[in-house]
Design a protein around this ligand. Structure first.
Ligand code: GTP
Ligand code: MG
Length: 338
C-alpha cells in the first residue's frame, strides 16, 4: 500500500498530492469517491504458511475441566494445597456437595472466604447446570459420575478476610469404584486419592438411612468401607478422617413413628466409638434440599472452614539435641520456638 495519502477512485482527483478533493468535500471521508482502490489495500496474506505464525505470541487457553491426578502433582509443588477426597457409595451426594460449594460462591462469600479463581471452572459449571432451571429439568439433579470418568479433582482458590489465599482440591469419582474396592480389597491400591488427600470424607447418605429396607445393610457397608481402608494400610495416620452425613432434608422429623434423626445420632456415635483409635469426626450437611426446601442448605460453611483450618501440626516436631557441642545443632531449638 502507498505510504502517501490514500488514493481516490476518481482518476482526475489529485487529492493524493494536493490534499484537495475534486468534488470539494472538506471532509474527505464524506466523499464517495475517496478511499483507496481495493487493490491498494493490504488485506494480509490468507495463504501465509502456518510455520510463519509467531507461536510465542499465542495465549494457551486451559480446558478448565477436571484435573487428572498427573496434573495435581505439579500444582502441589508450586503452592500449598489442601486436598480432600470424598468417598461414598453411588448417589451418596459427592458431586452434588462439590457443586453446591461452587453454587454458593456464585452468590457470594462462604465462611469468610471469597472466590478468587479456579482451574476447573468448566467442570464446576457442567455439574451445576443440571441443578438450574436453565437445564429445563422438572427438579434439580446431579448426573451420575461414571466409572469410566476415573478420578478427577476440582480446584478452588479462595481468599480469606485477611487477604491470604487458600487452594483447595476436591477429588471425585464414581461411587461404584469405592463399592468395588470394599468387596475386592486388592483394588484399594488403585485409589490414589487416599494417599494424596489431607482429609478423607466418608459420605453417609441420609436417604439410605431413611429407607427401612436398606438401612441395616447400608450401615454395615459404610463401616466396612472404613475398616477396609484402615486394615489395608491405605490411610496415613496424619490424614484427617470425617463422616459427612448428606441429604439432611431426607431425615424428616417423624418417620415410621419416630424421629429418624435419632437413628443417625446413634449410628454416628457407634461409628465414632468403633474407630476411636483413629481421629474420626462427624458432621452433617444438606447440599440440595429438594425433598424439603424448608431445611435449606446446611453445613457447607462449617465444613469449608474446617477443611481449610490450619492443621495443628503439619510437620513433625523436631527434638533438639541436649546441650549440643556444635552450635549448628542448636538450630533445632530455634525452629521449634518459631
Ligand atoms: N434431597 C436431596 N437430594 C440430594 C442431595 N444431595 C444430592 N442429592 C441427590 O442425590 C442424587 C445423587 O447425588 P450425586 O451427587 O450424583 O451422588 P454421587 O455420590 O456423586 O453419586 P455417583 O456419581 O453415582 O457416585 C442426585 O440426584 C442429587 O440431586 C440433598 O442434599 N438432598
Ligand atoms: Mg458423582
Amino acid at each position: 500500500m502507498s505510504e502517501t495519502a490514500p488514493a481516490c477512485r476518481n482518476p482526475d482527483c489529485e487529492v493524493a498530492t494536493t490534499g484537495k478533493c475534486a468534488l470539494s468535500h472538506e471532509l474527505l471521508d464524506s466523499c464517495e469517491e475517496y478511499g483507496a482502490a481495493e487493490a491498494d489495500l493490504d488485506f494480509g496474506d490468507d495463504d501465509e504458511p502456518e510455520d510463519h505464525v509467531e507461536t510465542a505470541a499465542l495465549t494457551r487457553l486451559r480446558s478448565s475441566d477436571l484435573l487428572r491426578p498427573e496434573q495435581i502433582w505439579p500444582l502441589q509443588k508450586v503452592v500449598p494445597i489442601r486436598t480432600v477426597a470424598l468417598v461414598g457409595d453411588f448417589r451418596a451426594g459427592k458431586t452434588t456437595l462439590i457443586s453446591a460449594l461452587y453454587a454458593s460462591f456464585l452468590k457470594g462469600p462462604l465462611a469468610g472466604y471469597r472466590f478468587r479463581s479456579s482451574r476447573t471452572l468448566t467442570a464446576f459449571a457442567r455439574r451445576h447446570h443440571d441443578a438450574l432451571l436453565l437445564s429445563k429439568r422438572k427438579s434439580p439433579v446431579t448426573l451420575r459420575t461414571s466409572r469410566q470418568d476415573g478420578l478427577g479433582f476440582f480446584h478452588l482458590c479462595l481468599r480469606n478476610e485477611a487477604g491470604g489465599d487458600h487452594n483447595l482440591l476436591i477429588g471425585d469419582r464414581s461411587g461404584e469404584t469405592y463399592a468395588d474396592a470394599r468387596s475386592d480389597t486388592s483394588l484399594i491400591g488403585e485409589l490414589i486419592e487416599l494417599r494424596a488427600a489431607d482429609r478423607i470424607c466418608f459420605l453417609l447418605d441420609s436417604a439410605r438411612m431413611a429407607d427401612a429396607e436398606q438401612r441395616h445393610s447400608y450401615k454395615r457397608a459404610f463401616k466396612q468401607q472404613i475398616h477396609a481402608f484402615l486394615d489395608n494400610g491405605a490411610l496415613s495416620p496424619s490424614t484427617a478422617l470425617e463422616i459427612v452425613t448428606t441429604k439432611l432434608d431426607k431425615l424428616t422429623p417423624q418417620m415410621e413413628g419416630r424421629a429418624l434423626i435419632e437413628e443417625l445420632d446413634a449410628f454416628e456415635a457407634a461409628t465414632l466409638a468403633e474407630f476411636s483409635e483413629v481421629s474420626l469426626t462427624a458432621r452433617r450437611v444438606c447440599a440440595l434440599p429438594r425433598a424439603n426446601y424448608e431445611v435449606g442448605v446446611v453445613g457447607l460453611d462449617d465444613m469449608l472452614r474446617s477443611w481449610l483450618a490450619p492443621r495443628e501440626r503439619e510437620y513433625p516436631r523436631l527434638i533438639a539435641a541436649r546441650a549440643p557441642v556444635r552450635h549448628l545443632d542448636r538450630v533445632f531449638e530455634n525452629w521449634n520456638e518459631a
